[in-house]
Each structure stands twice: as structure tokens, then as C-alpha cells.
Design a protein around this ligand. Sequence first.
Ligand SMILES: NC(=O)c1ccc[n+]([C@@H]2O[C@H](COP(=O)([O-])OP(=O)(O)OC[C@H]3O[C@@H](n4cnc5c(N)ncnc54)[C@H](O)[C@@H]3O)[C@@H](O)[C@H]2O)c1
Length: 256
Amino acid sequence: MELSGSVALVTGGGGGFGSATVTRLVERGARVVVADLDEAKGEALADELGDAVRFVRTDVTDDDSVRAVIAAAEDLGPLRVAVVVHGGPVAGRRIVDRAGAACPAGAFERTVSVFLTGTYRVLSLAAESMARNEPLESGQRGVVITTASIAGYEGQAGQSDYAAAKGGVIGLNLTAARDLAPLGIRVMCIAPGTFFTPAYGMTEEEAEARFGPAVPNPRRMGRTDEYARLAVAIAENDYLNGEVIRIDGAQRFGVK
Ligand SMILES: NC(=O)c1ccc[n+]([C@@H]2O[C@H](COP(=O)([O-])OP(=O)(O)OC[C@H]3O[C@@H](n4cnc5c(N)ncnc54)[C@H](O)[C@@H]3O)[C@@H](O)[C@H]2O)c1
């Protein structure tokens, strides 16, 4: 798919992966709607990148909010690309803690609601919009790129909520690609390893010292632009569909 002149939507567009992806999409000539809960980050990115970017405060856990940001994208033209890369809170607790208490199901549910149901909500409503597009010469109407994690395959201790949500995003991928195939809409998923972003809540030096040495090659954390370049390559290549691509420097998570 030709990105120049296309309209794209990026959920979590103000975040680490999101802002790198928005920047690359704009560089390729796309107009991008940044959908993020964080107004300061979203507005700052829109100011930095100029007219090609519009920020709409969005909560992926809310149908009306997601419908509104999709309508804002449609105002710019047919929505062709949706990159689903928002973050959210995680419980960060073992299923049974040292005191013998179970982590409440409510905490599990909150994580699944943002990371898995939120992904489904954006995917399905973006696809509903794309289904109304005139097909391109290639027969394609659009592409949705979701974001899992290698924790969806190798969940570490204390990550049950996050690993289950990300495993769900992985499981959703092929069936979504099959469901949307008759509409000419592709669905791809990126499963990143460890990339430094604000989500780590520490300095880059601290994160690199802690997580970089566990990556076989390159022996460092990933760079958000490496994710962004993969997202752009997926959007541009019509024959990529129904696959989950790990981008992790050959890292496989251990127990912790
Ligand atoms: N950084 C990593 O190492 C890594 C690895 C694997 C997977 N991921 C996944 O990549 C995605 C992005 O992570 P990141 O590292 O860029 O995080 P980040 O914290 O830098 O960015 C996440 C963005 O999502 C936004 N957000 C949070 N809740 C939202 C909501 N309800 N609606 C809309 N926006 C919301 C935040 O405001 C933030 O701007 C997440 O799904 C994360 O699980 C990250």
C-alpha cells in the first residue's frame, strides 16, 4: 500500500512506539491521527510534526471515544492504516503473593480490558471504517497492525495479566486476518522484545544496564524506530498478512 497521501490512525500515538511510528508514517507522506489518553504528549507531538498530524484525546476502553477518533480520521480521507500500540496499567503481581493472597480478578480484568479488548475495539471499528473504502487498484482497502509482546509467548513470573492479554492479541491475529480477508483488509501483529520507552519508568541508562545484556544480538534494548520501520514495512507490503512478527534480537524471556 502506498502511504503517501493515505490516512493513518495510531493508538498510543503519543507513547514510545507510537510517536516513533507517527514520525515514520509522516515521513512517508501519510496524514496521521494520534489517538492517546495523554493530552500533553499527543499535543506536543502534533505541534512538533505540523499539519500532517492531528491529536484526538482517546480512551481505547470506550466505544464512543474510539468511534470519535475514527470519525476524525475519516474527515481527512479514507482510513487505510491503523496501528494499535497503546499501553496501559498492569498489575505486576504474582497470582498468589507471599502472604498467600490471590491477586484479585479485577486487576486481571483491567489489564485485559485495555490491552486485549481495547485492541479488539480499535481493530473492529477501524475495519468497519475501512470496509466502506473504495478498494485500491490492488483490491486492498486497509491494514491493521496490532502490538503483542514476546511476553505473550513467554510470560514471566508476575505477568499473568499482561501475558494473557498479549497471548490474546496473538491469538486474535490470524482469525481477524481471515475474517477481514473478503473485505481486502490485512491484519498483522508485531511482538516486540524489550525496547526502551517511558513505560519503563526509569532512565534509559538504567533500563539499558538492566535489560540490554539479556538480549543475544544486538546486545542492547530495541530502539523505537526499529519498531516504527517494521510497522511501515508491513503497511507497505500487501503480501504480509495474518502473521505475528517477533522483533526481539533473538531474546526469549526466562522465568523472571
Ligand atoms: N516497550 C517495550 O519494551 C514493549 C515490549 C513489548 C510490547 N510493548 C507494547 O507496546 C505498546 C506500547 O508500549 P510503549 O512502550 O510505547 O508504552 P508507552 O507508555 O511509551 O506508550 C503507551 C501510550 O499509550 C497511551 N495509553 C494508555 N492507556 C490508554 C488508553 N486507555 N487509551 C489510549 N491511549 C492509552 C499512553 O498515554 C501512552 O502514550 C504496549 O501495548 C506495550 O505492551 C512494549
